[in-house]
Design a protein around this ligand. Structure first.
Ligand code: FES
Ligand code: FE2
Length: 438
């Protein structure tokens, strides 16, 4: 980025300069000003059930460890040995009930990051280290500045100051309420495995696609049509196709004008909600059995309230895309200006029948998995977008669709139609505020 580049000129209310996606210097600024400041989803508390259980995760540029400490709390630590800087955990997950031991010179740490032991400590005799002049950072693993847990979903922020997690999420916290409320026991458990997909594009292209209600009928048309044809075959035999076909056929049987009937609700900090479009309350025996468990747990009235929540997608900008009715989420971890890792997780509703879990698993495999055509269709677009933006064929990205027509009421912008590009404009409004440029 040229030293003179003025970020205010890159982001305008209805268009964005391509360098916001392709300039490595802007990417570095994003890490510093956005990802090292906001609340980042690190994982679900059920990933670390026992003392010493840990998972490693990236927050912006920082390799971190989420670990269960002996007092039951979940800690988030920098994955760095204070001796010579080696990462403490080179693997993705593991268990260290007695604390961490560095594989380089065997310094040992408790699961809250404090120093436990240094072998052959006599070597430090008379040095700055022994006399106490060494600061805590030379003895202990550094923790994240703040850690917060909302209904089992653990977030961390590297910034000491800023809004609390709940303030920052605002109305987007409905993502986690909707997931958990659908469980008869009011909480979920992670399925301890995730798909990890590296897409060849800037991270923002992924987020813009999440609430892009115009693209499914185009990009996923062939996938949806194939599933629809199978549904028709079932119908001809007077049978009902399994719901999993509906997950795919909805892409093509929902024509563009129908997408316009839905709404996006766009809030502060770039968060957005897409209202629901798929009928997920059929009257098959599995669904009825599930409803009975909810009725037993909450009573009829509350059950109806829970099942009436009509959200398809919640985007917690800049790092999370949640699909609450199907208990799944995708966490966005930017790697470089043109490479982005997404981690795709799903959850079990505690107390719900196994068949309801199988349904979520079906959606996970059929729509969000890297092996499905749906994901492949999107990945192909993401790569093509990035290639086009990196070219000299034009300078601007257009977000003009329904610009100036959406309904603004305080911190909420409601899209005038479902395919308005309001969510993308909302994301860039937050981007500008974080980057200090607009
Ligand atoms: S780098 Fe960890 S003990 Fe030396
Ligand atoms: Fe898509």
């Amino acid at each position: 980025m040229a030293a003179t580049t003025d970020l205010t000129k890159l982001v305008q209310p209805d268009r964005v300069h391509r360098s916001a996606y392709t300039d490595p210097a802007i990417f570095e600024l994003e890490m510093e000003r956005i990802f090292h400041k906001v609340w980042t989803y690190v994982g679900h508390e059920s990933q670390v059930k026992n003392t010493g259980d840990y998972w490693t995760v990236l927050i912006g540029r920082q390799p971190m460890i989420m670990v269960r400490h002996g007092d039951g709390s979940v800690r988030v630590l920098h994955n760095r040995c204070p001796h010579r800087g080696a990462m403490l955990c080179g693997n993705r997950l593991g268990s260290a009930p007695d604390g961490f031991t560095c594989s380089y010179h065997s310094w040992q740490f408790h699961t809250d990051g404090s120093l436990k032991a240094i072998p052959l400590e006599r070597g430090y005799k008379g040095t700055r280290f022994e006399t106490g002049a060494a600061d805590a950072a030379m003895r202990n693993m550094k923790p994240a500045a703040r850690v917060a847990n909302y209904r089992g979903f653990v977030f961390a922020s590297l910034a000491a100051d800023g809004p609390s997690l709940e303030e920052w999420l605002g109305p987007a916290k409905i993502a986690f309420d909707d997931i958990c409320d659908r469980a008869p026991k009011g909480e979920v458990e992670v399925v301890p495995n995730c798909f990890r997909v590296v897409q060849q594009s800037n991270w923002k292209i992924f987020l813009e696609n999440q609430l892009d209600a115009l693209h499914p009928a185009v990009t996923h048309e062939s996938t949806g049509k194939a599933a629809y044809e199978v549904e028709l075959e079932f119908e001809e035999r007077h049978e009902k196709a399994p719901l999993s076909y509906h997950f795919l056929s909805a892409f093509s049987t929902t024509p563009i004008p129908k997408w316009d009937d839905f709404q996006t609700l766009n809030y502060s900090n770039g968060h957005s909600i897409l209202t629901g479009y798929m009928g997920l309350r059929p009257s098959d025996p599995d669904t009825l059995a599930y409803e009975e468990t909810l009725r037993q747990a909450y009573g009829e009235k509350r059950m109806e309230e829970i099942l009436a929540v009509n959200i398809h997608h919640v985007l917690c900008y800049p790092g999370l895309s949640v699909q609450p009715p199907l208990q799944q989420l995708r966490a966005v971890r930017p790697l470089t200006v043109d490479k982005t890792l997404t981690e795709i997780w799903h959850f079990r509703l505690k107390g719900a029948p196994e068949a309801i879990y199988r349904r979520a698993l079906g959606y996970y495999n059929l729509v969000n998995s890297p092996s499905t055509l749906v994901n492949a269709d999107d990945l192909w677009n993401f790569w093509k977008c990035h290639q086009g933006l990196a070219s000299d064929g034009g300078d601007w990205v257009s977000f003009h669709r329904n610009a100036g027509q959406d309904h603004v009421q305080g911190n909420l912008t409601t899209s005038v139609i479902g395919t308005s590009e309001a969510p993308m404009r909302n994301q860039f409004s937050a981007w500008g505020a974080y980057m200090g440029g607009t």
